[in-house]
Structures are given as structure tokens and as C-alpha cells.
Design a protein around this ligand. Structure first.
Ligand code: ZN
Length: 179
């Protein structure tokens, strides 16, 4: 496929009926253009198969790659392998409020469709909830040492607080008994 200024703009009217394949290599630039993206770097190979029919377009996405995320455990960046697939339907017509998330309505006046938001959305959906180095040994040891040390100090402080409260209670009880 020839690539225009925006390679993610699909010429709906110009596409032939049947299948058309698009191959993308999504890189830092793609993520960098999104100001609030939680992914800033990565390389993702994505295949987009578009089937044009009389009343709709079926968009089949398949992707795999690696993105850079921040580790929840140590705070360092790490490479997260990702993969995913999705099927989205662009249908001619009007939304009635009951359609599925994977249906997008278009009109006969829509000559083209930009798939970059869809691609971004599905990549973000494929990210794991727990974002950590695959193995704890890959984590930043200095940070972990510091965190564990802080936890210990915290425990000790809490313990002495608890002791202080307990001593105060015992003292008050003793005073009461003495009177
Ligand atoms: Zn880590």
C-alpha cells in the first residue's frame, strides 16, 4: 500500500471490495504524538486487514511487540511484551444506543477513516494491570533496598507508638485503681 502523509488514514471510498492488507510498524513517534500517553516508547508490528462490503467494513487488527512501561515495584522502565487482536465494524447507518463497543457508525459522506486512535486504544487495552519486571531480580536493587528499609523504620515507629498508647492506658488504669 502506498503511504500518504497520514499512513493511518484509510480511503474508504477508494478501497476495492474485498480484503486489503495494511502493515504498520508502530514506534516511538506514534506514542510520542499522544501527549498523555502512558506508553512513550515501543515497537509494535501491526497488521490491519480491511474487508470492504456493501454495507460495512470489517477491520481485523493483529499486533505484537514491546512497549516501555514503568515498573510498579521499583519505578524503573522495563520492556513489556504485548500482543492482541480485535475486530471492529464500520457500518453505514446511525447509532441507536444499543450497539456493541466494536461497532462504529459512518455515513456515506465519510470518504476516509483514521485508524490511529483505534490502534492506540487496542494497544493500551492489551497492557497488563500489574506492570512489573518479569523477574524481581531485574528490578532496581537500590530502590528496593531503600523501600524495604523505609518499611522497617515505619514498622518500628508504629510499634513504639502502640507501646506509648498502651503505657498511657495502663498508667490511667493504675491511677484509677489507686484512687
Ligand atoms: Zn522493577
Amino acid at each position: 500500500m502506498k503511504k500518504e502523509d497520514n499512513e493511518y488514514t484509510i480511503p474508504l471510498i477508494g478501497l476495492p471490495f474485498g480484503h486489503t492488507d495494511y502493515q504498520y510498524v508502530i514506534s516511538d513517534k506514534f506514542f510520542g504524538e499522544r501527549e498523555y500517553s502512558e506508553v512513550k516508547n515501543g515497537v509494535v508490528n501491526l497488521r490491519l486487514d480491511i474487508e470492504k462490503m456493501e454495507t460495512m467494513f470489517v477491520l481485523a487488527l493483529n499486533f505484537e511487540g514491546k512497549v516501555v512501561l514503568q515498573c510498579d515495584r521499583c519505578g524503573d522502565d522495563y520492556e513489556q511484551p504485548i500482543e492482541g487482536s480485535a475486530e471492529i465494524y464500520l457500518k453505514y447507518g446511525a447509532a441507536n444506543g444499543n450497539e456493541d463497543d466494536d461497532v462504529i457508525f459512518i455515513t456515506k459522506n465519510d470518504n476516509e477513516f483514521d485508524v490511529s486512535d483505534l490502534i492506540y486504544e487496542y494497544i493500551i487495552l492489551s497492557l497488563p494491570i500489574h506492570r512489573v519486571h518479569q523477574d524481581e531480580s531485574e528490578c532496581n536493587k537500590d530502590v528496593l533496598d531503600m523501600l524495604y528499609h523505609e518499611d522497617k523504620t515505619q514498622d518500628v515507629e508504629n510499634e513504639s507508638d502502640a507501646n506509648a498508647v498502651w503505657s498511657e492506658m495502663m498508667k490511667q488504669l493504675k491511677d484509677k485503681l489507686d484512687n
